[in-house]
Design a protein around this ligand. Structure first.
Ligand SMILES: *Cc1c(COP(=O)(O)O)cnc(C)c1O
Length: 414
């Protein structure tokens, strides 16, 4: 086996390299086409506006929207904030200080922090929020949302695909339910858009966030789809100023970034079916090879209803930090999150019932457009070797193999 160049990047759910075709499309907008698209009375402004218009068409074509429904932002975090806070404030049932709940919001406990935290802020300000808890497969169903609906529900925010475990929620069905009940439906589509087919009409979406750097575009640019008809969605603006982007997001447009995002969407539209097919085979190969060679590993989240390029595997009887150290040449994410003081197990894994120990010894491996079979094979070997070595050092693994039931062992406490 030929050794691929190291380190190997398998963290595409965290960010992706910028496609060279994207960079090429952006370059002229730094140095020659540098106008402000808001400048209406000279050609510099018109040229910049033309670049933005083209990008808007490219984004709209990828998601099945009208160009007018695309709002450019600085990324999915900002899009989520504009959508969730903006919808809550616009559609509230009772004013602040009335003593009654201002409105009810449904989201899910394994959403990205960029959804959870805006919801928690609204909760502090007098809205009531239901945080759905998906079962071990990690999937949020329309039935779960239906059971949580109340007369005063104003907003549902459920992500399309989960960034840690790659599971896919019942978006089209949840959207249908929301439309039947007259409830605004937002989805954080950051891990889905540009990878999997998206049509905001057929999928019944009112608001959808997405990001450039997760789809081979630049960092610091993203978008929000805001439905304009059936129903027309209104949002209270949370960024005030020059009134750009239909007033939803004031501020001079990031023209270079927007042009790059547009190009990334155009490329994604042409290439995503092939990418998904190829990466699905590679990911399956990775999972099958690892589980064939190692016992006591568990693939987290639903086995089929998942993104093709992402897997999350927990390894029993190994210590998480040692595992990360042992596979340093593989760039991936662990099931631990660094908080200010300590290493905490991932709240996503914890929520779907993965124990603390197993969560710490989990790896999220996310493949991308440039990932090769050689890289995957190298990764499998490295992981298998590391896990075996760590288990050789593990007294727990020894005891387990001797048939001792570890759950019944009385540990001495100091
Ligand atoms: C990366 C990510 C975000 C944040 O996107 P930015 O563009 O980096 O702000 C939000 N939600 C999900 C699901 C993500 O994966």
């Amino acid at each position: 086996m030929t050794t691929p160049a190291l380190p190997i990047y398998l963290d595409h759910a965290a960010t992706t390299p910028c496609d060279p075709r994207v960079v090429e499309a952006m370059l002229p907008y730094f140095t020659t086409l540098y106008g402000n698209p808001g400048s209406r009375n000279h050609s510099f402004g018109w040229d910049a506006e033309h670049g933005v218009d083209t990008a808007r068409e490219q984004v709209a074509a990828l998601i099945g929207a009208d160009e007018k429904e695309v709002v450019f932002t600085s990324g999915a975090t900002e899009s989520n904030n504009i959508a969730i806070r903006g919808a809550a404030l616009m559609y509230e049932k009772n004013p602040a200080g009335s003593g009654k709940p201002r409105g009810h919001i449904i989201t899910c406990i394994i959403e990205h922090k960029a959804v959870l935290d805006p919801c928690k802020r609204l909760q502090k300000e007098g809205f009531e929020v239901t945080f759905l808890e998906p079962p071990a497969d990690g999937i949020v169903t329309a039935d779960m949302v239906k059971n949580a609906m109340r007369d005063d529900t104003i907003l549902v925010s459920i992500m399309w695909a989960n960034n840690e475990i790659g599971t896919i929620n019942q978006i089209r069905e949840i959207g249908k339910l929301c439309h039947e009940r007259g409830v605004v439906f937002h989805t954080d589509g950051t891990q889905w858009v540009g990878k999997m087919p998206t049509n905001v009409e057929a999928d019944n979406i009112d608001l959808m966030s997405f990001s450039g750097h997760k789809i081979y575009g630049p960092k610091g640019v993203g978008g929000l789809f805001v439905r304009r008809r059936k129903p027309r969605i209104r949002l209270t603006s949370i960024v005030d100023g020059g009134g750009q982007e239909r007033g939803f997001r004031s501020g001079t447009l990031n023209v270079t970034g927007i042009v790059g995002l547009g190009k990334a969407c155009e490329i994604a539209k042409a290439q995503m079916a092939d990418d998904a097919a190829r990466l699905g085979v590679l990911r399956k190969h990775l999972e099958d090879s690892v589980t064939a060679q190692l016992d006591h590993c568990q693939i987290n989240g639903h086995r089929e209803k998942r993104l093709p390029h992402l897997t999350n595997i927990s390894f029993g009887f190994v210590e998480g930090e040692s595992l990360m150290m042992a596979v340093k040449e593989i760039a991936c994410s662990s099931g631990s999150a660094c908080t200010s003081a300590s290493l905490e197990p991932s709240y996503v894994l914890k929520s779907i019932g993965v124990g603390d120990e197993l969560a710490h010894s989990s790896l999220r491996l996310s493949l991308g457009r440039q990932t090769t079979r050689e890289q995957v094979d190298y990764t499998v070997n490295a992981v298998v070797k590391a896990v075996r070595k760590l288990r050789e050092l593990s007294p727990l693994y020894d005891m387990h193999n001797e048939g001792i039931d570890l759950s019944k062992v009385q540990w001495a406490h100091h």
